[in-house]
Design a protein around this ligand. Structure first.
Ligand code: UDH
Ligand code: MN
Length: 355
């Protein structure tokens, strides 16, 4: 009997110990849960803020708080490191740049840049970008131009603290070139990769010569290449929207994307301009000095002769825009290539219908 009570006492002690351990465990779990919950609740939601045109605020001006007055943080870097939203004016911009196409350039240093990841992806490690920017380049047989573009643009885009990816959309085959359709393909393919909310459409041969020309989206569609050297650093005409432009996802969808039926050179950018104005939007542009850019000199490509239909097509944008665009886009992907500097997607976009 004594032995039984002795054993019973031992059992009671073990049980009490077990209960104490359980209570401690539960408390630790609850404390951890509450801590994580309050951290998660502070992660900024990835919405595109297009409310403010950036003003050239003094350098190093930072936006430390969100609209609610609480600091915006990201726990991407680990438990102890929190990140602020990137400032409206990136602090490391240099202003006017030296851009020269007479000397060949080497990409070896860029290719070793540990901050670039496969597919030409970058996000600043020092802050959380306000937008996710897909840069779309229509492309065929311009390897040398692409090399210059990558050489000059990656450092600029990084100084601009953008969360970006570079998509080179190459038209396969020998049919007439179709720039706007390639841009639609780029929009569609980029969204399969990441939750992009801003799209910059750039010719492969255009480089800004001032890094204050931010490759991001604004509260109105943005024309970025406003003062090209080939037009004597002037806008050729007020409605000009060619070269480099940016549209938020919302702005792009509002116009049903770009037209798919402009084969050959010219007119597609004017069609896009018409679409924007028919949907009540206006064009946002950088200051003339900041918007200066250089185009690599080149001859007209053999398979991109001026499109004789362009004038009639431009005059019919209002009737065609709802049925011709991202809603009617058809193509097939022929191949892929991902390097540290870009994602290249080779596509069959079909051919111009014979008249
Ligand atoms: N593009 C290609 N491959 C082509 C055609 C066009 O990659 O075969 C892309 C490229 O991104 C290019 C863009 O489409 O930058 C626009 O085409 P473009 O550069 O030919 O257009 P741009 O208005 O040139 O610059 C017009 C011809 C200039 C001839 C001047 C002769 N003095
Ligand atoms: Mn060109």
């Amino acid at each position: 009997m004594a032995e039984f009570y002795g054993n019973f006492g031992g059992l009671q002690r073990t049980c009490s110990l077990l209960v104490v351990v359980c209570v401690i465990h539960l408390s630790v779990v609850i404390v951890f849960y509450l801590r994580n919950f309050s951290t998660l609740a502070r992660i900024p939601t990835p919405v595109l803020s297009l409310q403010h045109e950036p003003t050239l605020a003094p350098e190093n001006s930072t936006r430390n708080s969100s609209a609610l007055g609480t600091p915006e943080v990201d726990i991407r870097q680990g438990d102890n490191q929190t990140l602020q939203e990137c400032p409206e004016t990136p602090p490391r911009l240099e202003g006017p740049l030296h851009v020269d196409f007479s000397e060949p350039v080497k990409l070896d240093k860029l290719l070793k840049n540990p901050e670039l990841s496969l597919g030409g992806r970058y996000m600043p490690s020092e802050c959380v970008s306000q937008q996710k920017v897909a840069i779309i380049i229509p492309f065929r047989d311009r390897e040398m131009h692409l090399k210059y573009w990558l050489y000059y643009m990656h450092p600029i885009l990084q100084r601009q603290q953008l969360d970006y990816g570079v998509f080179v959309i190459e038209q396969d085959g020998d049919e007439t070139f179709n720039r706007a359709k390639l841009l639609n393909v780029g929009y569609n393919e980029a969204l399969k990769e990441y939750d992009y909310n801003c799209f910059v459409f750039s010719d492969v041969d255009l480089i800004p010569i001032d890094d204050r020309n931010l490759y991001k989206c604004y509260d109105q569609p943005r024309h970025l290449s406003v003062a090209m050297d080939k037009f004597g650093f002037q806008l050729p005409y007020n409605q000009y929207f060619g070269g480099v432009s940016s549209l938020s996802k919302e702005q792009y969808l509002k116009i049903n994307g770009f037209p798919n039926n402009y084969w050959g050179w010219g007119g597609e950018d004017d069609d896009v301009y018409n679409r924007l104005s028919f949907r009540g939007m206006t064009i946002s542009r950088p200051d003339h000095n900041i918007g200066k850019c250089k185009m690599i000199r080149h001859a007209r490509d053999k398979l991109n002769q001026p499109n004789p239909q362009r004038f009639t097509r431009i005059s019919r944008t209002r009737e065609t825009m709802d049925t011709d665009g991202i809603s009617s886009l058809e193509y097939s992907v022929v191949g892929w290539e991902k390097t540290r500097l870009y994602t290249k997607i080779v596509v069959d976009v079909g051919k111009a219908p014979h008249l």
